[in-house]
Design a protein around this ligand. Structure first.
Ligand SMILES: [Zn+2]
Length: 442
């Protein structure tokens, strides 16, 4: 039997034209191996245990930096628009955005955006360019001098990696977060929709697949068929993906290698891009678990603000309309969130507050936009000379920890900033910012 298989493989190889040996594999990520001492968790290296707390509730916002590595001739260049196109594909696929090719999948509530601030806090395009012939072939420890804090940024490198369309060097449950080598590598020609690679891998799904690995997913065919009775500890550790004996190529109309339809439309198989359109709910649960347990600072690097602003505010005596913003992570247990306001009256007293519902009721010179039982967040603050103030929150203290203002995972709350404005246009002596709605994670 073994001999026949080997003979068949040799025959197959002999029939391939020589150039085929240089072709890239779909993915160069190694399967999880034995001997890795990874701490157990709900989304561990060897086991998986979906929990309700990891179901999609709040959005995780991930800052991405692309490091474009070119040959010294310039080959390998990617424009900002091509890179933004790849970001768009990631958002379509990870959020199953309606009307997009990823719509049939599962909305994981994970958002990606090019970083707008670099690790030093300076404005950035989220793209760096490098020319190095060795790095271009994915040789050398290029990441050691190039990586941005891998706790806080998803570092994606593009080059002419010879092995494959893309890979990650390991899995987050091995403790990669924070190491300079923690990264996703993509063949530059597979980046973006209508990348130069052309059919059939031209829809940017190489990145979707590799970021799936980056967030803890294995190939659907990992470990072959696995055991249906132990699907959280065999195969791909996921129970709502059918077992699969081997990877899929092309886009077959059907394939069944373990007694059930193979998950050929799953992003973690090797099918052609147009054939791929889903993560399953349990894969989403594992990715969100991985973010929470193995990459806890990644989403906390959010730089565009947590939550959704609503209720447009009106100008005050400084001529501005004050706006509220939250930075950090909308996670109760991470406890890393700061409220801030800009555009308020200068050098005046203000107070943050929150409540369960939304309204837009004239109040003072502005609108009260938070309804229901109001929870004030003392002490009052004094805005600076430009009308800004900030207040770190501590979810372990009242009113967040118990009672009617308790922040529980999955709950949505609305925040607003009230401030004195003695010379305000309406003459009431106070005004308010717009409001911010935030859904909290565990
Ligand atoms: Zn892979």
């Amino acid at each position: 039997m073994m001999y026949r298989m080997l003979a068949a493989q040799l025959l197959f190889l002999a029939l391939l034209p020589p150039a085929a040996f240089a072709q890239r594999q779909r993915c160069g990520t190694s399967e999880p191996g034995a001997g890795v001492a990874a701490a157990p968790s709900d989304c561990g290296y060897f086991t998986n245990q979906p929990q309700a707390e990891y179901e999609p509730s709040c959005y995780y916002e991930i800052q991405v930096v692309f490091h474009v590595i070119q040959r010294t001739t310039g080959e390998g260049f990617l424009s900002a628009s091509t890179i933004q196109d790849q970001i768009d594909v990631l958002n379509e696929d990870f959020q199953a955005l309606p009307g997009s090719p990823g719509a049939p999948g599962t909305d994981g509530r994970v958002r990606f955006q090019l970083a707008t601030l670099d690790p030093q806090g300076q404005p950035t395009t989220g793209i760096t360019y490098h020319m190095n012939d060795s790095w271009y072939l994915d040789s050398g420890n290029y990441w050691s001098g190039v990586a941005w804090d891998t706790h806080r940024y998803l570092n994606i490198y593009t080059n002419a990696v010879p092995c494959c369309y893309g890979y990650v060097p390991g899995f987050p449950s091995e403790g990669l977060a924070g190491q300079a080598k923690d990264r996703v590598v993509l063949w530059w020609e597979a980046v973006g929709r209508n990348g130069t690679s052309g059919w059939p891998l031209n829809m940017g799904r190489t990145a979707t697949h590799e970021v799936g690995h980056y967030l803890g997913l294995y190939h659907t065919f990992c470990g072959g068929c696995g055991s249906a009775g132990a699907c959280y500890s065999t195969g791909d550790l996921i129970c709502d993906t059918n077992g699969e004996a081997n990877s899929t190529s092309g886009c077959p109309s059907s394939k069944s290698s373990c007694g059930n339809p193979d998950p050929i439309h799953n992003y973690m198989d090797y099918s052609d891009d147009p054939c791929l359109w889903e993560f399953t709910p349990e894969q989403v649960n594992r990715m969100r678990c991985t973010l929470f347990n193995w990459r806890p600072l990644l989403a906390a690097s959010n730089q565009v603000g947590v939550g959704t602003n609503y209720c447009i505010s009106v100008v005050n005596s400084s001529g501005n309309a004050a706006s509220i913003k939250a930075d950090g992570l909308p996670s109760v247990s991470a406890n890393l969130m700061t409220l801030s306001a800009t555009g308020a009256a200068h050098n005046t007293v203000g107070l943050y507050y929150y409540g369960p519902s939304q309204t837009q009721t004239p109040f003072g010179d502005g609108f009260r936009c938070v309804g229901g039982l109001i929870n004030r967040l003392p002490p009052p603050l004094v805005s600076d000379g430009a009308g800004a103030s900030a207040r770190p929150l501590d979810f372990s203290l009242p009113p967040f920890d118990a009672g009617p203002g308790m922040l529980s995972p999955g709950s949505t709350w609305n925040f607003q900033y009230w401030f004195r404005d003695p010379t305000g246009p309406g003459g009431s002596g106070f005004n308010l910012s717009d409001a911010l709605s935030i859904t909290f994670c565990p």
